[in-house]
Design a protein around this ligand. Sequence first.
Ligand code: HEC
Ligand code: HEC
Length: 287
Amino acid sequence: MKAETWKEIKHCQNINRWVSLLFGAALLGTLLYAAALHAAFDAAEYYEKKCSSCHTVGGGDDVGPDLKGVGERRSEDWLIKMIQSSQSMISAGDPVATQLFEKFKRKKMPDHDLSPDEVKQLLAFIQQGGPVEKPIDDKPATAATPQDIQLGQELFLGSRPLANGGPACISCHSVGSLGPLGGGSLALDLTQVYSRYEDAGLSKALRKTGFNIMREIYVPRPLTGEEAFALKAFLFQADRQGQESTGFQKKFVFLGVGGCVLFLGLMDLSWRKRRKKTAKPSHGGLS
Ligand code: HEC
Ligand code: HEC
């Protein structure tokens, strides 16, 4: 009997051990997977966030040198060290780095915490021509067809997904009567944005998505030229309709005020009647 119980306990312990082992393995798997996801290095995204503010690829010198052809004029080894820490190169007395530093007005390039492999991916990205300027669609919105506007509306509402996976505009904006709070959700309402930016300004804004919060979201998932144009066309139409509806609103307010006056007038009339009635000597004796 005693031996039996002992066996059972042993058995239980075994099961326990297996269960925790399985859990452990699952946990480890999840962690490794998460780490792998995190580690996936996106050269284009990294370049856009960390390099594009100072460099161009083929667009001429900026804060730092034009990086076009940099892979030909410098060795890979030099580039890796330079990109990881230009200041270490300069303090170590590297002649080319020092020369560049002087040429670019002693502007310091920040250090980049990148592995040699990640720098190589960046260099490959630069070698391929770097960031592609998004196709500039300078057609004015007045040239849009009804199909363009329709496409813009679908993209705005998210009934058609954006090509590069950005979220639909409706998740943060409203326009006209479309949106979570209709046209009224304060700063994020885009009904009149076309008038404010004017055609070229809005094109540029949509292409570069140069707004703080939106930049975070859309820089790695840019709008295509076609999408930017369709959205502009849609916002153009919304702006026009918005102006019509403010006209309508004025009429409505007028109607409202008029109605109110009329209502008060009627009230007054009936009130007078009532007063006349009550003024009659219904209680007797008073008049
Ligand atoms: C704040 C501005 C700034 C940023 C951001 C920056 N750089 Fe630089 N970069 C410079 C300057 C300035 C130089 C010239 C050398 C110096 O002043 O140290 C330079 C030099 C270079 C050079 C040497 C060019 C040559 O002709 O030999 C390379 C390559 C380079 N940067 C790549 C990058 C990459 C890749 C990134 C992003 C990971 C980056 N830089 C981010 C400012 C910047
Ligand atoms: C995650 C929320 C979010 C999404 C999604 C979003 N926006 Fe924005 N947008 C903002 C915020 C917030 C601002 C205000 C500026 C800022 O701080 O970024 C803004 C500003 C703007 C402006 C300038 C408005 C003004 O009054 O100056 C335009 C135009 C615009 N967005 C268009 C769009 C379009 C078109 C889309 C869809 C492709 C879109 N936004 C998607 C959050 C968003």
